[in-house]
Design a protein around this ligand. Structure first.
Ligand code: 4TP
Length: 326
């Protein structure tokens, strides 16, 4: 997917693939013999920045795997190599060598099986960039208006969700969301609809008190600071055209409250964006699809990867990366 997308967008985006160079070369040759991969060393990048490679080339930073890859089969021996690719990308973004990071899906369980506690790129990128809080947002332009769904919590067991939503964490989530919708998406006064946590947004306190004790007061404070938020609304009825037509984003309280709606509307064409980081990061809206990987080249759709690269590039062109590194 990454090779196909980088090749299709090569006239608009200078992509640098980070991965096992031998495996990437073999895969590229099988996709299209015209694709030329050129090696870039990290040292050369640090010394000289990105070179002006030609339009028919895709640059590769070699990050060797530890075990032979068998497509579609998980192998914990390669779990740490996956993290090394991310570390290279993060380092390059922090140094301003890369304008942004676009990630492909990875198998979270394999990294855990390799002995590294890991819940997702989102949390890993936050930790590695020393960012206290980030916001996961998925988006699609396949709907009218475009749908954006952000989450108050990320990859968390359902039993831990309520305790993770505090006045301060939700207040920061809304501040990050507001700032990045302005800065990264160019919305001058983003309008944010916020769900409740409980069924019927708590039914006046009879089905939970988080709406009364936490979410409502946070929304009041956010409004007083000039942020256009409203809610908390019952999540089951909020995703209707009559409400979404006047909104730029829905903030849901947890992963499976908001994401099924977006994925139902646009699976395979949406993107995942981490807000609040000191660099741009977008990703696909789907997982590793081991069955498609095992079936061989050409079975996986790279539509979401194209969208993720295009949105990252739009943010760069809008000057966001340069503002960060200025
Ligand atoms: N929840 C994400 C999604 O549905 O797209 C997915 O697990 C990826 O998360 P990370 O980008 O944090 O790995």
């Amino acid at each position: 997917m990454s090779i196909r997308a980088a090749w299709e967008l090569r006239a608009q985006i200078k992509s640098v693939l980070i991965g096992d160079a031998a495996f990437l070369a073999m895969t590229a040759a099988a996709i299209d013999p015209q694709i030329k991969l050129v090696a870039l060393s990290q040292q050369a990048l640090r010394n000289n920045g990105l070179p002006n490679f030609s339009i028919d080339q895709i640059a590769v930073i070699d990050c060797q795997l530890d075990a032979h890859v068998r497509p579609g089969l998980l192998d914990a021996r390669n779990g740490r190599a996956v993290l090394r690719t991310l570390d290279i990308a993060i380092g390059g973004a922090q140094q301003g060598i890369f304008d942004g990071i676009v990630t492909a899906p990875l198998q979270k369980s394999t990294i855990n099986d390799a002995g590294v506690a890991f819940t997702g790129h989102t949390e890993y990128l936050a930790e590695k960039s020393a960012t206290a809080q980030v916001v996961m947002m998925l988006a699609t332009d396949r709907t009218t208006p475009p749908l954006r769904v952000a989450l108050a919590t990320t990859h968390l067991a359902l039993k831990d969700v309520a305790a993770a939503i505090t006045f301060d964490s939700l207040r920061r989530t809304i501040a990050i969301l507001h700032a990045d919708l302005k800065n990264k998406f160019g919305l001058t006064q983003p309008r944010i609809l916020v769900t409740g946590l409980n069924p019927h947004a708590g039914e006046g306190g009879y089905l939970g008190r988080e709406e009364i004790d936490i979410i409502g007061p946070v929304l009041q404070a956010a409004k007083e600071s000039g942020i256009a938020v409203s809610g908390p609304y019952p999540a089951d009825t909020l995703f209707q055209q009559k409400y979404l037509a006047d909104a730029d984003c829905v903030l849901a309280m947890y992963h499976d409250q908001g994401l099924p709606v977006l994925k139902y509307a646009s699976f395979g064409h949406g993107i995942n964006i981490t807000l609040g980081l000191p660099f741009i990061r977008t990703s696909v809206d789907h997982g590793t699809a081991l069955d498609l990987a095992a079936a061989g080249l050409g079975h996986a759709d790279h539509g979401s990867m194209l969208a993720a690269m295009n949105v990252a590039a739009q943010m760069v062109r809008a000057g966001w990366a340069h503002r960060v590194h200025a």
